[in-house]
Write a protein of this length. Structure first.
Length: 233
């Protein structure tokens, strides 16, 4: 079973995340286990210190090596150790796909303050960013990645693999086709006739073409992108 550890100085941020949503359902169904680890348990001294001033000066505080090494090593062998970092590789659906197939443990490291002492990076197998912007901590980044991974685990979503294959960034590589529900007309905006026809072949053809148009308009950069990254040579 996939075991996910999230190490953070703000473990309370994960309360809602673990009690609500599809992630809670996945844990309840036994598809994975998620452990929130408080970095302060590995902090130094009476005040459980996990940060200190940067050498060479500069604003803010940096996370210290010793608490991070102790916290990550306390989790035992891990298949992957993911450091959240704005400098990391941009996390994408294909990464979620790959990590959801992990056999064993994934540890997520949530930074805080001005970030990590550079030596802590040696603990990580992967550095992932969730976008070109800077957040206060890695908690929301880790939660986003864990959500994307966990919903792909077998049995978590109703509808099985088909439920995610046609989604944006799924098997087709592009965006999902526009979708509609009742009523057939709302404030003059009509559901495309073909979707009401009951003709599944025509519906499928319409969806393919509508998905392509939407991708051309909104995300031409991902047009034709493969589901999985090409093998490295
Ligand atoms: C305030 S940020 C540190 C930013 C760092 N000083 C820099 O300029 O790259 C604190 C922590 O939040 C997390 N973080 C912030 N933005 C992120 C992003 N876009 N993706 C992933 N993690 C992020 C990282 O764990 C980071 O160590």
């Amino acid at each position: 079973m996939l075991e996910i550890d999230i190490i953070s100085v703000q473990p309370q941020m994960f309360r809602g995340f673990l009690e609500e949503s599809i992630v809670a359902r996945a844990v309840k169904k036994g598809a994975c286990r998620i452990n929130i680890v408080d970095l302060r348990e590995f902090g130094e001294g009476r005040w459980r210190k996990v940060d200190d001033k940067p050498y060479g000066g500069g604003p803010g505080m940096l996370m210290k090596c010793a608490p991070w090494f102790a916290a990550v090593e306390s989790r035992g062998p891990a298949a992957r150790v993911v450091m959240t970092s704005p400098a990391g590789k941009r996390f994408a659906q294909r990464d979620a796909e790959e990590l959801s197939g992990t056999d064993g443990r994934i540890v997520f490291m949530c930074g805080h303050y001005e970030g990590f002492d550079a030596r802590i990076e040696s603990l990580a197998t992967d550095l992932y960013s969730v976008g070109d912007f800077v957040m206060t901590g890695g908690e929301l980044a880790a939660a986003s990645m864990v959500d994307a991974i966990v919903r792909l685990l077998p049995g978590v979503l109703g509808g099985g693999p088909a439920a995610t294959a046609s989604e944006s960034f799924g098997a087709g590589g592009g965006l999902e086709a526009p979708q509609y529900t009742h009523p057939p007309e709302f404030r003059g905006m009509k559901v495309p006739e073909v979707l009401l026809s009951g003709d599944h072949r025509k519906i499928e053809a319409w969806r393919k073409s509508a998905a392509r148009k939407k991708t051309e308009n909104l995300r031409p950069d991902i047009l034709g992108a493969p589901l999985t990254a090409p093998p490295e040579i």
